[in-house]
Design a protein around this ligand. Sequence first.
Ligand code: SAM
Length: 235
Amino acid sequence: MLLADIIMSTATLIEGARPFGIELTEAQATGMLRLLDELDDWNQRMNLTAIRDRPSQLTKHLLDSLSVQPFLQGRRIADIGTGAGFPGLPLAIVNPDREFTLLDSTAKKLKFVDHVAQVLGLSNVTTIHTRAESFRTPWRFDTVTSRAVGALGRFVEWSGHLCVGGGRLLAMKGREPQDELAALPSGWKVAAIHRVTVPGLDEERHIVEICRSHDKVETGSAAPKQRPEQNGTTE
Ligand code: SAM
């Protein structure tokens, strides 16, 4: 990549992360660009992602991943169906004090995630090759994320057991998934639906925050750090 492109991409990331309450360091931005370089390289040998042009990668992979940051709770985070590491890897880069478990049922994608974690020195990333519904751990996670892994009901059925009491399942969606909201398994409820704006992306994005039915939901408990004019949260 040309130096001018690197400078422009770095600025796009630093500016684009701010609405999510993230002051990206240059080192973190450089790490994210390295992640995309590795993705391009591996993509020549295996099909990891269909998003191949750099401007789209910056918005649809990196900034879109960071859009869930304001809603993360606690220290232990799991990303279900992480694929090539989205949103898990960008989140791990900006949250060195949190532990990320990136889980997928496809081993070759996790090989890529392991490679990037090693190249970037991300000691807070662990990968697990399994189907979410068969994953059993002695501990559970404070927040469980997923992007593009199917309907809400299935996400909750597969991953609910991984979430601590009072924790959150965060499903990253395009349009508000009205039909899916009605089909949550019993024992779970929608705590909030956050409409988010991803800088440079002219598409709708929503984050559906799900918790156990008996959990208390405090209005504003997960208040987004987006600027007011970009914050279309409906709670
Ligand atoms: N989250 C990534 C993203 O947004 O770029 C990848 C999305 S990809 C469309 C869906 C991923 O979910 C695939 O990598 C697939 O292997 C994984 N997956 C599907 N069902 C799964 C399950 N039951 N447990 C774990 N991973 C699953």
